[in-house]
Design a protein around this ligand. Structure first.
Ligand SMILES: Cc1cc2nc3c(=O)[nH]c(=O)nc-3n(C[C@H](O)[C@H](O)[C@H](O)COP(=O)(O)O)c2cc1C
Length: 378
């Protein structure tokens, strides 16, 4: 092995949790749950990433209440019955040396859509969806996401309290399910982002208007979650660092400072989604690492750890982001769907794993032995 240690493969401590490296499996919805329950698909899906050597494996956006479902196949944690099958997954991931994180979310006015491969548009509410009842659409204001989408019912103060309590309840269940890290999903045009952005928040009470008022919902949820999430466990927050409806990077820096003050450890810097499809659904080609500058700015100006995400596909690219001090963690999404062993392959590419130790021993032992014996090409 080379002596030059890469940063990508340097362990990292956050509160009482130690990651074996800085590679994170970004939250990625599978649209394959039933009534919020994970299935064998999820077990196999998450298991691969832990076996592939990722330091941190995220669940997909897991819904804090049924009203928060985007599609009928979203994962949920709104009832105690959801806990046990999730615990089976977190236990296995930890046995494989990964740290586990759950992302909590509520779809807000984007609730009730078809799955991506069925068109992603709003559900036809005149017919049942996969045999399940429909669920109401709520949001900060009666402003629809896009033309033709349902008009959300403006949330009352009682609704706000109820949803916030459900967030806290979900955090408690995530803890019982054995997760090490929790992330509040405040991005991509979902409920928390809808409160933040002036495009979707037209309220005239203390939850709307000024930046401070628009941040209130997010901050209250985060405070509530932090209260029940143990002090030795990290809390992340995913932002859309900029959106197309008036939320700016300066606003994100202000938000990040406030979040830091109430106990958030990492800002996960994504972007967009308030009134257009997220960049992953876009047909326009973005540049490699197109969101990295957001992580860099937040890290510098809010003085908080950041996670970079968005078209980080090459090991060297990931390493350089860390070496340049642009972010502290590297989240990989679609590339790790293509290659769940991306971390192990990256370790080899960066000459950090001469003996295949980043693979499970059941695989690595054989590969190391084959390497030592060598083989003749023909
Ligand atoms: C299939 C799929 C599902 C996704 N689901 C979520 C999700 O549940 N929560 C979230 O915050 N982002 C979600 N995203 C966005 C990813 O976490 C990531 O930010 C995005 O794919 C950009 O990273 P990449 O270029 O490495 O794929 C999803 C992306 C994909 C491709």
């Amino acid at each position: 092995m080379k002596d030059t240690k890469s940063l990508l493969f340097a362990p990292m401590e956050i509160r009482g949790v130690t990651l074996r490296n800085r590679i994170v499996v970004s939250p990625m919805a599978q649209y394959s749950a039933v009534d919020g329950f994970v299935t064998d698909w999820h077990f196999a899906h998450f298991a691969k990433f832990a076996m592939g050597g990722a330091g941190l494996v995220f669940t997909e956006a897991t819904k804090v209440e049924r009203r928060g479902l985007g599609t009928v196949g979203d994962m949920g944690i709104w009832k105690d019955e959801h806990i046990e099958p999730l615990r089976r997954i977190s236990t296995f991931l930890k046995e494989q040396g990964a740290v586990t994180a759950m992302q909590l979310n509520h779809a807000g006015r984007k609730a009730g859509t078809y799955k991506p491969w069925d068109g992603f548009g709003p559900l036809d509410r005149t017919v049942p969806v996969e045999g399940q009842e429909h669920w109401p659409v709520i949001g900060p204001s009666a402003v629809e996401y896009l033309e033709g989408w349902p008009l959300p019912r403006e949330m009352t103060k009682a609704d706000i309290k109820e949803v916030q309590n459900n967030w806290v309840g979900a955090a408690r269940r995530a803890l019982q399910a054995g997760f090490d890290i929790l992330e509040v999903h405040g991005a991509h045009g979902y409920l928390i982002h809808e409160f933040l952005s002036p495009a979707s928040n037209k309220r005239t009470d203390e939850y709307g208007g000024t930046l401070q008022n628009r941040m209130r919902f997010a901050l209250e949820i985060t405070e509530g979650v932090r209260r029940v999430w143990p002090q030795d466990k990290p809390l992340f927050f995913r932002v859309s660092a900029v959106d197309e409806g008036g939320w700016s990077l300066d606003d994100t820096v202000v938000l990040a400072c406030e979040l830091k003050a109430i106990g958030v450890d990492v800002i996960d810097c994504s972007a967009s989604g308030i009134s257009i499809r997220s960049p992953t659904a876009s047909r326009v080609a973005p540049k490699l690492g197109f969101q990295v500058p957001y992580a860099e700015r937040v890290r510098k100006d809010a003085g908080i750890l950041t996670m970079a995400v968005g078209l980080i596909v090459h090991p060297k690219q990931a390493e350089e982001i860390l070496q340049r001090g642009q972010a502290d963690l590297i989240a990989v999404g679609r590339e790790i769907l293509y290659d769940p062993f991306w971390p192990a392959h990256a370790a080899r590419a960066l000459e950090q794993d001469a003996e295949f130790k980043s693979l499970p021993v059941q695989y690595g032992w054989w590969l190391d032995r084959r390497k030592k014996t060598g083989y003749v090409e023909e």
